[in-house]
Write a protein that binds this ligand. Sequence first.
Ligand code: MTE
Ligand code: CO
Length: 392
Amino acid sequence: AQTPDPAITDLSQQPWTQYLGDGVDARPYGMPSPYESHVIRRDVPWLTADAVSSVNFTPLHELDGIITPNGLCFERHHGGVAELDPGSYRLMINGLVDTPKVFTLQDLMRFPRENRIYFLECAANSGMEWRGAQLNGCQFTHGMIHNVMYTGVPLRLILEEAGVKTDAAWVLAEGADAAAMTRSIPLDKALDDCLVAFKMNGEALRPEQGYPVRLVVPGWEGNMWVKWLRRIEVGDKPWYHREETSKYTDLLANGKAREFTWAMDAKSVITNPSPQAPILHGPGPTVLTGVAWSGRGSIPRVDVTIDGGITWHQARMSGPSHDKSMHRFYYEFDWDGGPLLLQSRAHDSTGYVQPTKDMLREVRGENSIYHNNGIQTWAVNEKGEAENVEIT
Ligand code: MTE
Ligand code: CO
């Protein structure tokens, strides 16, 4: 500190020291700093024919910790965002029940509610990567996921209010959007941990996420988390709707499709460094970080390698560890300025270890799109730039 640093000594470069700032209420609903304006959801224009039945991606490389801010939760709609009026919102329970019911939003608020943190991952997350490395950025390869604290009523309590008949074995969840998205869910799951949720991270659900009410189906593929939830029908068999037959099933090498793949297997990705987040500081102390999750439990351990799998290191976990929630890991190392091959490998609480993409292809062939939880590789060059690659 021999030469003065103008960023400290030259007040003319620091207008915020010269003038009073905005008073309270300049922004009644707060927004991030204008310097963070690049931190946004992004889409991949060529992926879908139009924006109404489309998807955008969570900027995972700009986030830390485990909670996804509401405005950055990726969106996946089959018929655009339904703008429901909460005053005329109704949830109907019908089918194999003793007393069919209709609840208003106020009725739902009179049930005991719970707060739980869960990830939602679209079954199509990483789907473009099945046949080889394709998209440059973890936002695009892994950004069809968000991790949110939901406030909601256990679906069990609502079903008990209607009285489920003894021959019931399934429920059908139906959305009020133009796509009227519908999925069959086994009754056991509905009675176990599903929530009829109306708050995300403390505030009302965002319209994009199903305002005023969405179904939360912990650990299971995002498609089942019906948004703008308007009806639950109780039945004795699955309905085999479009989203559980022609879509969201895995076509195997022999041409047969696997029926119902609900739980999302353990997965992880290094978010920094990554293609959209190169190493800018040169050799020396470097922080590698990423996220891991499992639809079957928690993540007690993540391994990372910086040399393409020759040596593995156990990453340091930091932050809350909940079942079916995102976990944050770190690995601090001294970068020698040479090329790196970065990978992470999640272990979940059942003992399952995240497979390589080749291991998945051996079992499933190359027809699949959905349920790709293979290990991701980033190649980092001497300049610190990262690229999506596959190594064998
Ligand atoms: N629910 C309705 N009613 N309509 C939809 O289009 N999309 C599904 C699911 N629920 C959808 C829906 C899919 S495929 C996913 S991955 C998740 O919602 C996405 O939830 P998000 O938009 O909150 O990220
Ligand atoms: Co989806």
